[in-house]
Design a protein around this ligand. Sequence first.
Ligand code: AHR
Length: 521
Amino acid sequence: MRKVLLFVALALSVTTSAKQSVTVNVQAGKPGATINKNIYGQFSEHLGTCIYGGLWVGPESSIPNTNGYRNDVLNALRELHVPLMRWPGGCFADEYHWMDGIGPKENRPRMVNNNWGGIVEDNSFGTHEFLNLCEMLNIEPYISMNVGSGSVEEAAKWVEYMNAADGPMAKIRKQNGREEPWHVRYIGVGNEAWGCGGNMRPEYYSDIFRRYQTYMRDYNGTHIVKIASGASDYDYEWTEVLMDRIGSQMNAVSLHYYTVAGWDGSKGSATNFSKDDYYWCLGKALGIEPVIQKHLDIMSKADPNHRIPLYVDEWGTWWDSEPGTQLFQQNTMRDAFVASLSLDVFHKYADRIQMTNIAQVANVLQSMVLTKDDKMVLTPTYYVYKMYIPHQDAKSLATTVDGCAVKLVRNERFKNNPAEGANRPLPLMSATASKAADGKIHVSLSNVDADEEQEVTVNLNDFSAKKVTGQILTSGAINDYNSFDNPNKVTLKEYKGAKIAKDGSITLTMPALSIITLEVE
Ligand code: AHR
């Protein structure tokens, strides 16, 4: 019997004392849109130790490296099948002058990273270093141009430098040791133009976008995907104005949505939090779905044939930084669930969402890896991305969850804020499924209940399971994480608990706080 309780601090909650029984219905015989692998994109900004110390230590470092890139991080990213990476920002991008980051390292001017702590950087990681990294790992690069403080000429020349086979920019590139163009396709025309990217109004940014996009040329058949700097969260007017004014000139528009407990004051500890904080956070993460729906509806008005995809090119959790750092935060089981629940939502809109970039790949916000000197740990979020690899470029399968308890979560702090203040529903189970090119079906299930296991039946409808294997990510506490001293507290394990029933459906008992991906043949 379920009871409804009111938590004064954070959450209106439904609790249960009995084991749950949930049915997951997968329309296995009706493959839908392809889940663009770029939904699994990463973001790497010159922020804290994401680039310097995280990806790059330089060839002279005593930390094992290949041409300056940390070997441990290279291996971790290689195993993650990262399809795409955004660089150099973020807010950093709108103060970055790419020409300072090419040529012999000793000649590169130093720069002040004004956005992130006023750190002086030596520009040793620039265009070549980023694009060569992408090439080594078979990652598609996404370059964010400086629109806020740069010039049209600077941006146009950057595209030419990266993509032209011949001409003045190609000549300089060749002098700098790179003969062939890199064929960069994804170009962001600014970042957060409403904020750190120039504090523009949407009307003004639309005019600026027109100028910049005019001079971003296609070279040698590399077609540039021009990405308009989109809205944050609930700023629907931004999307509306952009779609009206530059819908015909853009190839994609972005959206930023962070799972954050407000922008003023404390955002809360990454590791020290209550169960109510935990549930509120997952409700906030799921709050991205109505936000996506509203932006997509607005886009549909101006673009009824859905030519323009939505790129959620920044998302993830944002907690208080560890003291003395720039946005370095630990990563717990809570973050793992934010990842799985968000990816489940993105899959649902696979026909319209063609790219997302979790913020960020190393040492910043909801990262994949954390590094400290020569040590590296893989985060729980990393493992979610690993479990979800089979969904990349697979066909999405419509999936519903029936019979699961739903909590209503609310943060008292937002009681006077109409967008944030309402009760948010948080189903305690989330599921997504896809069909790969080889016919295998992958079903990912998240039991976010901190206390109760769930009896789950997965009905595949037109598909009868013959074989099932699985992987599980679980841990005893909501705030379990991998530290440099205890790097394997939360890791991926083989899961053998799924059974095939006579009717071809699958049954399993999911532990509390667990994420499972099943592979079904
Ligand atoms: O990801 C950190 C910052 O968040 C980015 O620089 C900016 O675009 C956003 O506000």
